[in-house]
Design a protein around this ligand. Structure first.
Ligand code: CP
Length: 313
């Protein structure tokens, strides 16, 4: 197996097409482990992974924990509210103290953009960015790429629309970087107040009318309105957002007939997506969650096990 030449996974920008392909291929070979009766292999036995989540999470935190356990790594969880950060300890001091216990990897989610980059410079352990502020969420993008490739058989040339609060979404940013790098054509849509000025420089097209953005697309990625990250009211009301930008069955008809509908979660049912679409035949939302475990197993393996060429069977 090819070597993965990184200590950390901080963002999609640092990954080459070959490295992204390596992660997706590795995830493909690891996915079967989760379908076995005994869902565990000894690949990362003796390795330790700290999950440090400074922000709430359902999917990412559980997924990393499940992924590490399926590879037999020891896992330890820490949240801001149960750590000594509530007593005033800084993130850096917390990380240095964790480092003193010699973990192999720290998975960090933090509300500040750049927090994982800071830790990566200061600690010997590898750092995985599990979402930093409005910057990046690389493992979400990797599991999105994996799911699209699994369902469509390719990434290159696919027409993808990302609809919602683009400005405040780290998923949008990582997806855009990953999808364009892999040759997909990306359109973004949402209220003008939620589309960052100059986003075209990332290689995407901006279409403000969501009905137009959905037309003839192979993949639709819906995003949650990130109310917790907005400092001003960016649209008149939730009801108006839902009626202008929410994905419903009628708008979906103008997409390609084999379109897939994706959402990183958590969903706001009836706001950016109707329940009928979220639970309907085009939705692959729960496939994304299932694939997240395989992709995170691949990331852990390549960062702290794969370079040694361990057998994953
Ligand atoms: N997609 C995602 O990051 O979900 P969580 O916030 O539940 O981890």
């Amino acid at each position: 197996m090819a070597k993965f030449g990184h200590k950390d996974l901080l963002g999609m920008g640092a990954l080459s097409v070959e490295e992204i392909t390596l992660i997706l291929d590795t995830a493909e070979s690891l996915k079967a482990i989760s379908a076995r009766d005994i869902k565990k292999v000894p690949t990362l036995r003796g390795k330790s992974v700290v999950n440090f989540f400074y922000e709430p999470s359902t999917r990412t935190r559980t997924s990393f924990e499940v992924a590490a356990k399926r590879l037999s790594a020891d896992t330890f969880s820490l949240s801001a509210s149960t750590s000594s950060m509530v007593k005033g300890e800084t993130l850096l001091d917390t990380a240095r103290n964790l480092q003193a216990m010699n973990p192999d990897l720290i998975v960090l989610r933090h509300s500040s953009s750049g927090a994982p980059h800071l830790l990566a410079k200061e600690v010997k352990a590898g750092i995985v960015n599990a979402g930093d502020g409005i910057n990046e969420h690389p493992t979400q993008a990797l599991l999105d790429l994996y799911t699209i490739r699994e369902k469509k058989g390719r990434l290159k040339g696919l027409k993808v629309a990302i609809i919602g609060d683009i400005s405040h979404s780290r998923v949008a940013r990582s997806d855009i970087i990953g999808l364009t790098k892999m040759g997909a054509e990306v359109t973004v849509s949402g209220p003008p107040t939620m589309i960052p000025v100059g986003i075209e420089t990332l290689g995407v097209r901006v279409v403000y009318d969501p009905a137009q953005a959905v037309r003839k697309k192979d993949v639709l990625i819906l995003l949650r309105i990130q109310l917790e990250r907005q400092s001003a009211v960016l649209f008149p009301s939730i009801r108006e957002y839902a009626s202008f930008f929410g994905l419903n069955k009628e708008i979906l008809r103008s997409a390609n007939e084999d379109v897939i509908v994706m959402h990183p979660g958590p969903l706001n049912r009836g706001v950016e997506i109707t329940s009928e679409v979220a639970d309907g035949p085009y939705s692959v939302i729960l496939d994304q969650v299932a694939n997240g475990v395989a992709v995170r197993m691949a990331v852990l393996y390549l960062l702290i096990g794969g370079a040694k060429g361990d057998n994953v069977d």
